[in-house]
Unconditional design. Structure first.
Lengths: 176, 176
């Protein structure tokens, strides 16, 4: 995907917009499709703000629902080759596609504990992490209170969305 | 997919639930993933009510967003073989997979006019229709006021969802 400017974004019909931005929030094309209603956008920050405002306005079940559309890190979908292109690239960037059997098993156990405790999968902006840090961070977050962890996980969703939008618009990502 | 009873549904973890019910609302697994928060469900009607309540509570942009996740009838995705399994079955049931070139062209023109007028695609519970009725109904709805048409289109989304849920739970669909 070639980088584009905001005029190009504002000229898109909804079909094109959903094709391009449908996975800014993992497996939630509904959100991009809703954001199209808010065009024109003045710049990347403005476009991003509409994605995040939509998320924040959802009831708690909807915000949990967004998390439940995410794959486990180094999980079944990576093994089966059914990750989204963006997620595959991000997990690969963090070295999660080349774990040895022990590392994979350890992460699978932690992922299962996390899912059982919180009712959603562990979400992390993997591109900003690396294979050794992921299980440490997972183990740490596993001990957080549920309400705090929901906030943390949604902040990670937004970091992922920020990086994906910056990729699409060819902008250097802001500090997170 | 074998039919299942409500106890089976209530025993699902969120991964299984989203696998099974993720396309009750076309390409909006977020909605099934949110509905899982409301378990246990007392029966099919109760489960369905949670899907519909979630839709109704969305802001207008979100309700339009749901529509924008739907494919055109007899459109590009049918030609390219990228329809969801449910949508392919429904369009096929209405005879839309075997249109001749003139019928396809006529429908493509009407679909384009509809998208340009309303900012979302024409959505119809195709399984309850047939190939001759579809362009007539499209031409009729093309003349409706936008606010009324949004309500009509969302009522079709719910009919589709009702039929898909009834399939999954092995229940005879209620009169619509």
């Amino acid at each position: 995907m070639q980088a584009m400017d905001i005029e190009k974004v504002n000229s898109m019909d909804f079909g094109e917009f959903v094709d391009v931005f449908g996975n800014v929030i993992e497996r939630c094309p509904l959100i991009a499709a809703a954001v199209w209603s808010q065009r024109p956008f003045s710049n990347l920050e403005d476009l991003e703000k509409h994605f995040f405002d939509f998320i924040d306005a959802l009831p708690q079940s909807g915000r949990e629902g967004i998390l439940r559309c995410h794959p486990d890190l180094a999980g079944r979908e990576l093994q089966q080759g059914t990750l989204s292109a963006e997620s595959r690239r991000e997990q690969s960037g963090a070295g999660l596609t080349s774990l040895d059997a022990d590392e994979r098993l350890r992460l699978a156990e932690l992922n299962a504990q996390y899912r059982a405790r919180f009712g959603f999968p562990f979400v992390l902006a993997a591109r900003r992490s690396h294979r050794a840090a992921v299980p440490r961070e997972l183990a740490r977050r596993l001990r957080c209170p549920p309400a705090q962890e929901l906030r943390t996980a949604l902040a990670e969703v937004k970091k992922i969305g920020h990086l994906r939008l910056a990729d699409l618009l060819g902008a250097p990502p802001a500090r997170l």
